[in-house]
Design a protein around this ligand. Structure first.
Ligand SMILES: *[C@@H]1O[C@H](CO)[C@@H](O)[C@H](O)[C@H]1NC(C)=O
Ligand SMILES: *[C@@H]1O[C@H](CO)[C@@H](O)[C@H](O)[C@H]1NC(C)=O
Ligand SMILES: *[C@@H]1O[C@H](CO)[C@@H](O)[C@H](O)[C@H]1NC(C)=O
Length: 280
């Protein structure tokens, strides 16, 4: 009897032990709906964009570790490109980090189409910058805006990779995943690894773990749409985005890349934008 009690209290302790938080650093339209479902199924208290009336990414800039969203949840995704990840690392020294991404063209199509639908429902033309009837703004999908999306995402990815490649401890708590280009199986292998309960085990000797770090035989195309909302893009949007990429001189050789800084080669850049290309 005593022994049984002892065992069950151990079990209970294991169940209630605080788990290390997982932060997804990718932008919107990188499979966050699917990731949020997946982590909820895995037993995480998931914060998808907003929770407890707050936007978790905003709380990271405010450095509010005691905010309800950060305190009461343990998996965070959507708008991860608007986080202070350096502060997250300082504040949660054992937290895990995932850069969720997808091919450049598919990401731009998904985001541009999201804006197109918002614009049309606000009574504006499907493409452009201003849309006065939209009360919230943020609905531009003009060529200039698309150009800025690509450059700022490339910059974000560069900063994330430089930071998490910077020490052995960080490399062992970080992965890059391709939410649609890699199979569900290889995606799960990377996510299982980065969320392993004890980071002192199964250490990596890779510089940074990326989809290429799992056996190639697993790397067949993802069979499910990465994002519940993303499978209904009009082919017009795809055609339009392809034309815009061409006119921005984004090299076609990088349209399928999941890390975007290579795409900036060939584009006309300002001096400060050029700095993004400089590797350390
Ligand atoms: C990450 O956080 C740890 C723990 O607070 C700290 O020792 C380390 O210097 C941080 N790393 C970077 C690159 O800021
Ligand atoms: C990580 O840093 C090493 C040098 O320490 C470098 O060779 C490698 O290319 C970097 N990897 C990434 C993905 O930035
Ligand atoms: C935006 O790009 C498309 C596709 O190349 C082009 O047809 C259109 O004229 C461009 N718009 C502007 C305002 O430059």
């Amino acid at each position: 009897m005593r022994r049984a009690l002892h065992l069950s209290s151990l079990f209970f302790a294991a169940l209630t032990a605080a788990r290390d938080k997982v932060f997804f650093l990718g932008p919107m339209k990188t499979g966050t709906t699917s990731l949020s479902k997946l982590f909820t199924e895995r037993g995480y208290k998931t914060c998808h964009g907003e929770c407890a009336g707050e936007t978790w990414s905003t709380m990271t800039h405010a450095h509010k570790a005691d905010s309800k969203s950060l305190r009461d949840h343990d998996a965070f995704m959507d708008h991860g490109d608007h986080t202070d990840f350096e502060w997250l690392n300082q504040t949660y020294p054992t937290a895990r980090f995932v850069l969720n991404t997808r091919s450049l063209r598919n990401w731009v199509v998904s985001k541009a189409d999201h804006m197109r639908r918002k614009r049309v429902s606000a009574g504006c033309p499907p493409w452009g910058s201003d849309c006065a009837k939209d009360p919230h703004g943020f609905v531009s999908n003009s060529n200039t805006t698309i150009r800025r999306w690509i450059i700022s995402q490339a910059e974000h990815q560069r900063r994330v990779l430089d930071f998490f490649n910077g020490s052995r401890s960080l490399r062992n708590r970080f992965v890059v995943v391709d939410v649609e280009g890699q199979s569900a199986r290889s995606l799960n292998l990377l996510l299982d690894w980065v969320t392993r309960s004890d980071v002192s085990t199964r250490k990596t000797t890779d510089p940074v773990r990326t989809p290429k770090s799992v056996p190639l035989s697993h790397a067949v195309h993802h069979t499910e749409a990465p994002d519940a909302n993303s499978n209904a893009h009009s082919s017009d949007t795809r055609t339009r985005v392809t034309d815009v990429l061409r006119s921005l001189r984004v090299p076609a050789s990088c349209w399928e890349d999941t890390l975007y800084f290579g795409c900036l080669k060939g584009m006309t850049l300002t001096r400060s934008e050029k700095d993004i290309l400089c590797e350390k």
